[in-house]
Design a protein around this ligand. Structure first.
Ligand code: ADP
Ligand code: MG
Length: 234
């Protein structure tokens, strides 16, 4: 069997915010690969660096040191879709316009963009919301629309940053199922950050972040002496 394409490769990728004594190392040298077809959960407490790592993968952040490459992704928009944690819909646009927006921005003609947006909305069971404004939606509905907006682009990689963070348990579980089935339908890899173990359990592979350090199955956590001496029990 051939090895699936490497979509993202992080090699000792680190991200520091600020300078001097105030500097915060959000991600210490992280080494990992995301392959086509992967279903990965990145767990870890608030502040452990999950969002920063996801932003590095998405090219929304550049590594301070080390590298992040996307060996088998084409340049240009549409290869990576990001579902953000908080409300991310444009308040003045209705649901269908929101879902079509990335396509329109990528240069897809408006009627085609709308058709693809409606298909994506149907996939997340939100077609009936098409003419609603974001302010009329529940948290779960808004997050389904945010998933549809990403799915409409048919990216090869979907990165979802705590997509259930602001939802109750049952709604959160439903959103993860929606993400998984949508990723199956468009044949995308899926990486989800979460601090909820029940969400993480639904994905095949689990990585952990702890104080900016990434632990994957192939890259055991390299604890600094300071971390160990604080008697961490996790
Ligand atoms: P998580 O998503 O696990 O909650 P983050 O990646 O958001 O963690 O944050 C990791 C650390 O980096 C935190 O200490 C946070 O305060 C810091 N951090 C994240 N983004 C920034 C930023 N833009 N500027 C300064 N500090 C940041
Ligand atoms: Mg975060």
């Amino acid at each position: 069997m051939s090895t699936p394409d490497v979509l993202v490769r992080c090699q000792d990728a680190a991200r520091t915010f600020g300078q001097g004594p105030a500097a915060v190392v959000a991600v210490h040298g992280a080494t990992c690969e995301v392959h086509a077809g992967d279903r990965i959960a990145i767990t870890g407490p608030s502040g452990s660096g999950k969002s920063t790592l996801l932003h590095l993968m998405a090219a929304l952040e550049r590594p301070t040191t080390g590298s992040v490459s996307r060996p088998s992704l084409a340049d240009g928009p549409g290869q990576i879709g990001v579902v953000f944690q908080g409300p991310s819909l444009v308040p003045a646009l209705d649901v269908a316009e929101n879902a079509a927006l990335p396509l329109v921005l990528a240069g897809v003609p408006e009627d085609r963009a709308r058709r693809r947006a409606m298909e994506a909305l149907a996939l997340v069971a939100a077609a009936d919301l098409a003419t609603k404004l974001p302010e009329e939606l529940s948290g779960g509905q808004a997050q389904r629309v945010a998933v549809a907006r990403v799915i409409a682009l048919a990216p090869r990689l979907v990165l979802a940053d705590e997509p259930t963070g602001q939802l109750d348990r049952a709604t959160g579980r439903h959103i993860v199922d929606v993400l998984l089935s949508a990723a199956d339908t468009i044949g995308a890899a899926l990486v989800v950050t979460t601090h909820d173990p029940t969400v993480a359990e639904r994905l095949g592979v689990r990585w952990a972040m702890h104080e900016g350090r990434l632990q994957t199955a192939s890259e055991p956590l390299r604890r600094s002496p300071a971390t160990v001496s604080r008697g961490d029990t996790s």
